[in-house]
Design a binder for this molecule. Structure first.
Ligand SMILES: C[S@@+](CC[C@H](N)C(=O)[O-])C[C@H]1O[C@@H](n2cnc3c(N)ncnc32)[C@H](O)[C@@H]1O
Ligand code: SF4
Length: 412
């Protein structure tokens, strides 16, 4: 195929899931399904070696077909904790990817990391392998808070990891911080965000704590008969947003502050490109289908890495609420034309599905939905409120409304 023809191929996001961590953090709902014994496997354990072999097998199985049809433009190694990989594992995995897919046109390559897993040597290797963006899970700069939420690093280690990333040549550094723990006051939020804004970081992901089922913190809250307080979470989020905006890092989409934008997340939320997910617990959006592997079923993935556990057309009504929900977290919202192109279904038809109506009714209790011929979106100022409110999805709606003193639903 000529270079010109190759240039016309649609872009692809290459996602690699590494389902291992140094700790099972008490708040984390990303790996809630992963048994702790699997999550904490070391590089020499048969399970971890088996997952790497399976990754290579999946890449070899899908790579040639993907290379024919797509042009990888964005890469993201996430988890779990992608940076937990040893130098040898990083090299072996990257060799497999580069051997199967043309990675020369990748403009953004992110590695997701935890502070204690980073060394200068590893960071330099990642830079050599083309990673130009790093996301570091800092969560807090308060050592008591870090202990309370089950982190295995200190605030000092977190700061040092940011410096190491810079030293290794990363000039696009994101940190993840969590606000809105039930016992967190605004003074703690202010101290954390002001400190964060003074560090050599250009992008901030500010997550409102979700008290998710299956986590240690949620169990603790349930035992104590406590809930997160939505109004306090919103106040904390607005405070964080104000500090970051004043410091030169405005919010460009829900929870993300600064620049450059994260192409991986934004493209996915806006359904801008197809996505291949490699690894246990990953999912893919390919050719109008969503396919993937169940989270927490690593041994099943290892046994048959080339066979997806599920494969559902995006046009299936079970997918509509999710797709619409992701896009609504962005200021652009759901673009009717893009929705039609990617799912083969009209947005206006999808909006009539009972599950979508029910979901939107819930969202619209918290914000003004704007509808025009281009699509649907929430008023810019309402997005945070709408999606922080949805942290309450598994709590009784009456309790949630009482919690905030919700306004009456706003008609679309
Ligand atoms: C997949 S984790 C990866 C980060 C990396 N493993 C680390 O912890 O250092 C992505 C981010 O999701 C956020 N997160 C996880 N569980 C959360 C929860 N229950 N509520 C709010 N944010 C959460 C954390 O900020 C975390 O850094
Ligand atoms: S927050 Fe990160 S390190 Fe902690 S359990 Fe979740 S994915 Fe693993």
């Amino acid at each position: 195929m000529s270079v010109q023809a190759a240039g016309r191929k649609p872009p692809l996001l290459v996602y690699v899931n590494i389902p291992f961590c140094n700790s099972k953090c008490h708040f984390c709902d990303w790996v809630a399904q992963v048994p702790i014994g699997d999550l904490r496997l070391g590089p020499d354990s048969p399970g971890r070696r088996g997952h790497l072999d399976a990754l290579r097998a999946q890449i070899a199985a899908h790579g040639p077909d993907l290379a024919q049809r797509y042009r990888p433009e964005v890469m993201y190694w996430g988890g779990g904790t992608a940076s937990i990989l040893s130098l040898a594992e990083i090299e072996s995995l990257h060799d497999a990817l580069a051997g199967a897919l043309p990675l020369d046109d990748v403009t953004e390559a992110t590695i997701e990391s935890s502070p204690e897993s980073l060394t200068l040597e590893k960071l330099r290797l990642l830079r050599e392998r083309g990673f130009n963006r790093i996301s570091i899970g800092v969560q807090s700069f308060d050592d008591d808070r870090l202990r309370m939420i089950g982190r295995v690093h200190s605030a000092r280690t977190a700061r040092a990891s940011i410096d190491l990333a810079r030293q290794a040549g990363f000039d696009n550094v994101n940190i993840d911080l969590i606000i809105g723990f039930p016992d967190q006051d605004l003074a703690e939020v202010e101290a954390m965000i002001s400190h964060a804004a003074s560090l050599p970081v250009n992008h901030y992901s500010i997550y409102a704590y979700r008290a998710s089922q299956g986590t240690v913190l949620r169990r603790r809250l349930d035992r104590a008969g406590r809930r997160t307080d939505l109004r306090k979470q919103l106040d904390a989020y607005r405070l964080a947003s104000a500090i970051l905006t004043e410091s030169g890092y405005p919010e460009y989409t829900f929870a993300y502050f600064g620049a450059p934008i994260c192409l991986a997340d934004l493209s996915y939320y806006q359904m801008k490109l197809d996505w291949i997910g490699f690894g246990s617990g990953s999912f893919s959006v390919l050719g109008g289908h969503i396919k993937g592997f169940a989270s927490g079923k690593m041994h099943h993935y290892i046994a048959s890495p080339a066979e997806f556990d599920y494969d559902v057309p995006l046009s299936d009504q079970s997918q509509a609420a999710n797709l619409i929900g992701f896009a609504l977290t962005t200021p652009a919202g759901v673009d009717a034309q893009v929705y039609l192109e990617r799912t083969g279904t009209s947005l206006w038809t999808a909006l009539e599905l009972p599950e979508v109506r029910e979901y939107l009714d819930q969202l619209c209790q918290h914000g003004r939905l704007i509808t025009d011929e281009a699509g649907i979106r929430f008023a810019r100022d309402d997005i945070a409120k709408v999606f922080i409110s949805m942290n309450w999805i598994d709590q009784p709606p009456a309790a949630a409304q009482e919690n905030l003193g919700m306004p009456a639903p706003v008609p679309a």
